[in-house]
Design a protein around this ligand. Structure first.
Ligand code: YSA
Length: 338
């Protein structure tokens, strides 16, 4: 074998060595006492001075290179075996890492916002701890009005409540957990002039028993569009467009008369997807004059529509979830399906 062949086959053997023992065999075969390269170095003494110089320097350079390669690989085997002895076995299949992802309610919330933003609505926020004035009175639901029974309320201790500042802007009325997102209509109109169109996604609370479609803590999306010539036809278009974007073109609608003190006329909207039944998804209507009075708008100059839909109900329809309580019970087997 000439030096080139020795070099090729030795490097090949080093690269192919998959264990420390393999590597040691390669070391012995080429650099050991009776090794191939050692043999070449021993035979130098029989050569002419000129050949000895020429072949000798090449053989020594090759010896040095092979020693370096073998040392390097041997170090990597040593590091690996150290890791294994410390309990870390790189050859074992890894554990599956679950990456975090959005809760189905957060997903639908993001989708709803995106659709309304594409229709030129702005997204507005309001406090979850409200006062009686915004949650009821300003919405044309005075104290002792039977309509208050529509919203079973969690009342809060009002005296010295540290959250009072969040809810009050001068009214100092009783505190509660908001029962719907409608109070944000009043808060927004107090500070802005029409025309505008907003949505208000947010958490609401009701003091009621839970069942498949009712929770005591759930989410709503309020909508409000006010201007000089806003009509029920605009409402119908916006709602149908929104539902088609969220559920697809095959969704069917049913607009029924409904009663809410803050709208006149009032409506309830049901939708139906292919193969499903009718489901109520929102209350709505044209904003009542008394509500405009409360925010000092002139009801003869402006009109508007408003709606409030149940975000949980939209998610139940979209993802075919039979029971609203699944959203809140923290069962990861459910959450991981989204
Ligand atoms: C009506 C007219 C307007 O101009 C503006 C808003 C509204 C809606 C009104 N504020 C309201 O809260 N009506 S509602 O009591 O019928 O609730 C609206 C939607 O919330 C319902 O259609 C339903 O989808 C959902 N919802 C109501 N109670 C619920 C619930 N979702 C889950 N659990 C509950 N307990």
């Amino acid at each position: 074998m000439d030096l080139e062949q020795i070099k090729k086959s030795a490097i090949n053997a080093i690269n192919n060595a998959s264990t420390a023992q393999d590597l040691e065999s390669v070391n012995v075969k080429y650099l050991g006492r009776k090794g191939v390269l050692t043999g070449v170095l021993h035979s130098l003494k029989d050569l002419s001075i000129e050949d000895r110089r020429k072949i000798g320097s090449k053989a020594n350079a090759l010896k040095q290179k092979l020693e370096e390669l073998i040392n390097k690989k041997s170090n990597s085997f040593r590091e690996l075996s150290n890791k294994i002895s410390f309990g870390f076995d790189v050859t074992k299949p890894g554990l599956k890492i679950f990456s975090g992802h959005l809760h189905p309610l957060s997903k639908i919330d993001a989708e709803v916002r995106k659709i309304f933003l594409s229709m030129n609505f702005s997204v507005v926020d309001g406090p979850e701890i409200e006062n009686e004035y915004y949650n009821f009175d300003a919405l044309n639901i005075p104290a002792n009005h039977p309509a208050r029974d529509m919203w079973d309320t969690f009342w809060l201790k009002s005296k010295n409540n540290p959250f009072r500042q969040l809810a009050d802007s001068g009214q100092k009325s009783k505190l509660l957990l908001r029962t719907h997102t409608s109070p944000v209509q009043i808060r927004y109109m107090e500070k802005h002039n029409p025309p505008f169109q907003i949505i208000v996604p947010g958490r609401v609370f009701r003091y009621e028993a839970t069942d498949m479609s009712h929770e005591f803590n759930f989410y709503q999306v309020e909508g409000l569009m006010v201007g000089s010539d806003v009509s029920l036809a605009n409402f119908k278009f916006v709602v149908e467009e929104f539902c088609r974007k969220l559920f697809g073109s095959k969704v069917q609608f049913r607009f029924r008369p409904g009663y809410f003190p803050f709208v006149e006329p009032g409506l309830e909207v049901d939708i139906k997807l292919e193969g499903g039944g009718w489901l109520e998804v929102m209350g709505a209507g044209m904003v009542q004059r008394n509500v405009f009075d409360a925010v000092r708008y002139n009801p003869d100059e402006v009109q508007g529509f408003a709606f409030g839909m149940g975000l949980d109900r939209l998610a139940m329809i979209k993802y075919k979830i039979p029971d609203i309580r699944l959203f809140y019970n923290g069962d990861l087997r459910f959450i991981r399906q989204f």
